[in-house]
Design a protein around this ligand. Structure first.
Ligand SMILES: [Zn+2]
Length: 245
């Protein structure tokens, strides 16, 4: 495929790459896409309400029950990185400087071995933090009780998950912009670029003059920004690409 050839040339030439990843990267690991047309969010709009900052602040106990149900968090620890994650960690092994800005909350990029710069733009499902004292807790602790509560002496505050809830501020945007500024190539994988402000990042890369490539099954409203647009299954595209690097 000619486009894959062109992409492999761009990757070979670049010493630093910023990669934006979305739900399409995780679906190959069996993790459902929450926002696609056949995804879980569209099936039931109340999910958005139950995972909002407002609902957490007003009904924290019921919030946790709904949250665990919605994210099937009990199963999450069994998910493993797939070929796309491995491909991105191999880029580091090849000596590239790799920054990943991900919308995914499953922590799989780090698990796959990317250790230079993984920016979890929408947070991480595998940890929770005490809003009062700031103590952080891992998944086994979060799952032990229906409603996880801080165990610091005299604190006993209900924990808040480390994902960005609807209504929470996005705190990683400027960090993502710094990653773009220090990169020579932008690669966008498996996201329809429908969620702001994440969807603004390709425009910023365009302003910075980076060559831009997107691989996504469907077209996106931002396709016009890209030099190379590959509408293909991600795993298949990555397999073809690996043969050429
Ligand atoms: Zn606490």
């Amino acid at each position: 495929m000619e486009q894959i050839d062109q992409l492999s040339k761009l990757i070979n030439k670049a010493t630093s790459i910023v990669i934006l990843t979305g739900a399409g990267v995780s679906t190959a690991s069996g993790i459902p896409d929450f926002r696609s047309t056949d995804g879980r969010w569209t099936a039931d709009h109340s999910r958005e309400f139950y995972t909002s900052r407002e609902y957490f602040l007003t009904e924290p106990e019921d919030f946790w029950l709904k949250y665990k149900e919605i994210f099937r968090i009990k199963l999450l620890k069994d998910y493993q990185p797939n070929k796309v994650h491995t491909f991105l960690s191999n880029l580091e092994t090849l000596g590239k400087k790799v920054s990943i800005v991900t919308q995914n909350v499953d922590g799989l990029h780090s698990l796959a071995g990317n250790e230079q710069d993984v920016i979890e733009y929408h947070g991480n499902l595998n940890t929770a933090t005490c809003p009062k004292c700031g103590k952080k807790y891992d998944l086994p602790f979060i799952m032990k009780e229906d409603v996880p509560v801080c165990n610091e002496r005299g604190c006993h505050t209900i924990l808040k998950p480390d994902i960005v809830l609807y209504g929470d501020p996005i705190t990683k945007h400027s960090e993502a912009e710094r990653a773009i500024e220090s990169s020579e190539l932008m690669l966008v994988l498996g996201t329809s670029l429908l969620v702001t402000p994440f969807s603004l990042l390709p425009s910023y890369a365009k302003q910075m003059g980076l060559p831009m490539v997107i691989i996504n099954r469907e077209s996106t409203p931002m396709d016009y920004l890209f030099d190379l647009i590959i509408h293909e299954e991600l795993v298949s595209a990555v397999e073809q690409l690996e043969e050429r690097l």
